[in-house]
Design a protein around this ligand. Structure first.
Ligand code: 9MR
Length: 370
C-alpha cells in the first residue's frame, strides 16, 4: 500500500501520537543516512515545537534532534542561582518518546551578546576568578549531568572566536578567568559530568574564501586544546551556507575548496571527528524565481555534502530546521526583494524541495561509515 506523504503527516498530526515504528523509514533522510552509518537530524524549538505536523515531519525524517534555544544559558538560567529546564525537558522527553537521539546545544555560547543579561552586571565578589570558575563549572556540570543519559553529544563551547579578527571573544566570564581557561574549564567539567558523551567545539567557519581568518583561528584553538589535554572529541561545522553579505556579487560566495580541505585535513589529523551541525542555505543573493533558486540551493548543498561526507569522520549531519516556514534566516537580513527565503529541505507547507533530494542523493552516494 502506498501512503501519500502529506496525508501521512496530516494523519499523524491529527492523532498526535508518536509513531516510532514509522519513523526513519528507508526513504526518509534519516533512513537513507542510517544505511551509511550517518545520523541525520535537525533543530526544533520555539513555537515550531508546538506544531504537531512539524513534530511529525521531524519524527519521520530525523534520527536526532537538537533544541534550537532551549538548552542555552539564555533559556535555562533566569538568574545566577536558578535553573529552568522545563522547555528543554519537553523537547528531550518528546525525542525519547519518539525514539530520536538528542544533541545538546550549547553548554556555553562564548559570546557576550548571547549570554543572559544578568551575567553582564553580575557581582563576582572579592575573588572574581574563583566565582567565575564556580559559576561556569556549576552550570556545565548541572546541564551536562542532567542530560547525559539521553544526550550523547554536546556542543560544549559555541562560537568562541571573533570571525573577523580571529581572536577569542571576551565575556563576563572570561574577563576574570581568561578566554582560554573558560574553554578548558567547560570541556573538563563536561567530561566529568558526561564521561561517555562526545564533546564538540562548534563554530561557523566555512568553505568560502572570505572565511580564511576564521578557519586559521579555529585551527589554532583546537591545536592549543589538544596540546593542553583539553578533552575535545570533534569539531562541529555549523554549515550556514551562503554569503554573509546579502548583496554578494559572487552568489552564494566564492568557494576556497583547497583551503577548506586543508582545514578539514588538519582537524581530522588531530584525531577529531567532524559533524555538520546546523546546515541551511542563506539564499539572499540568488534570484527570486523559485525553481531557479531551489536548484541553486540544492546544487550547492550537494557539492558541500559530497565534500564533507568524503571524510569518514563525518558521521552526523544536521539541518538548522527542516522547513522554510520556521527557519531563523527568515527573521535575519531580509532579501532585497522581500521574498521569503528558502534555506531548508522542505518548503513552508512541508513539501520536499530539491534540497531534500540533494541531501538524500549525497547520503546515497556516500561511502559507508565504519
Ligand atoms: O536559530 C537560533 C535562533 O532562533 C535564536 O534566536 C538564536 C539565539 O539563541 O540562535 C539561533 O541559533 C544559532 C545557534 O544557536 C548557533 N549558531 C548560529 C545559529 C543561528 O544564529
Amino acid at each position: 500500500m502506498t501512503i501519500d506523504r502529506r496525508s501521512l503527516i496530516g494523519g499523524m498530526a491529527a492523532l498526535a501520537l508518536p509513531l516510532p515504528a514509522m519513523a526513519r523509514g528507508r526513504d526518509t533522510l534519516g533512513g537513507i543516512a542510517a544505511a551509511k552509518g550517518i545520523r541525520f537530524g535537525s533543530t526544533m524549538g520555539h513555537k515550531n515545537f508546538y506544531d504537531p505536523a512539524y513534530r511529525a515531519l521531524n519524527a519521520r525524517e530525523c534520527a536526532l534532534v537538537v533544541p534550537e534555544t532551549e538548552m542555552k544559558w539564555s533559556a535555562t538560567r533566569p538568574d545566577a542561582r536558578t535553573f529552568d529546564f522545563r522547555a528543554a525537558d519537553r523537547i528531550v522527553d518528546w525525542a525519547s518518546a519518539n525514539g530520536l537521539g538528542v544533541r545538546g546545544h550549547t553548554l556555553l555560547w562564548h559570546s557576550e551578546r548571547w549570554m543572559p543579561d544578568w551575567i553582564k552586571t553580575y557581582d563576582f565578589g572579592a575573588n572574581p576568578r574563583t566565582e567565575a570558575e564556580r559559576l561556569l563549572a556549576d552550570h556545565v556540570r548541572t546541564v551536562a549531568g542532567r542530560y547525559a543519559p539521553r544526550v550523547d553529544s554536546f556542543d560544549v563551547v559555541n562560537e568562541a572566536i571573533d570571525s573577523d579578527t580571529g581572536t577569542l571573544r571576551e565575556t563576563a566570564l572570561s574577563k576574570p578567568i581568561g578566554a582560554q581557561a573558560v574553554i578548558d574549564i567547560a570541556f573538563h567539567t563536561a567530561r566529568q559530568a558526561a564521561p561517555r558523551a562526545q564533546l564538540v567545539y562548534n563554530d561557523y567557519m566555512g568553505w568560502r574564501q572570505d572565511e580564511a581568518v576564521h578557519r586559521a583561528a579555529v585551527l589554532k584553538l583546537l591545536e592549543g586544546m589538544k596540546a593542553r589535554g583539553t578533552p575535545v572529541d570533534a569539531l562541529g561545522v555549523q554549515s550556514h551556507l551562503g554569503s554573509k553579505y546579502s548583496d554578494s556579487p559572487t552568489g552564494l560566495g566564492a568557494i576556497d575548496e583547497r583551503g577548506w580541505r586543508d582545514f578539514l585535513d588538519a582537524v581530522t589529523a588531530m584525531g577529531l571527528d567532524l559533524l555538520v551541525t546546523e546546515m541551511d542555505v542563506h539564499d539572499n543573493p540568488l534570484p527570486g524565481a523559485i525553481a531557479r533558486r531551489d536548484a541553486e540551493v540544492a546544487a550547492h548543498t550537494r557539492a558541500y555534502l559530497d565534500l564533507m561526507l568524503s571524510y569518514p569522520q563525518t558521521k552526523t549531519v544536521m539541518c538548522w530546521g527542516l522547513s522554510d516556514r520556521y527557519s531563523w534566516l527568515n527573521g535575519f537580513r531580509p532579501r532585497a526583494d522581500g521574498l521569503t527565503k528558502r534555506p531548508c529541505p522542505f518548503d513552508a507547507a512541508f513539501r520536499p524541495k530539491p534540497m531534500r533530494d540533494a541531501i538524500a542523493a549525497a547520503f546515497a552516494a556516500a561511502p559507508p561509515r565504519a
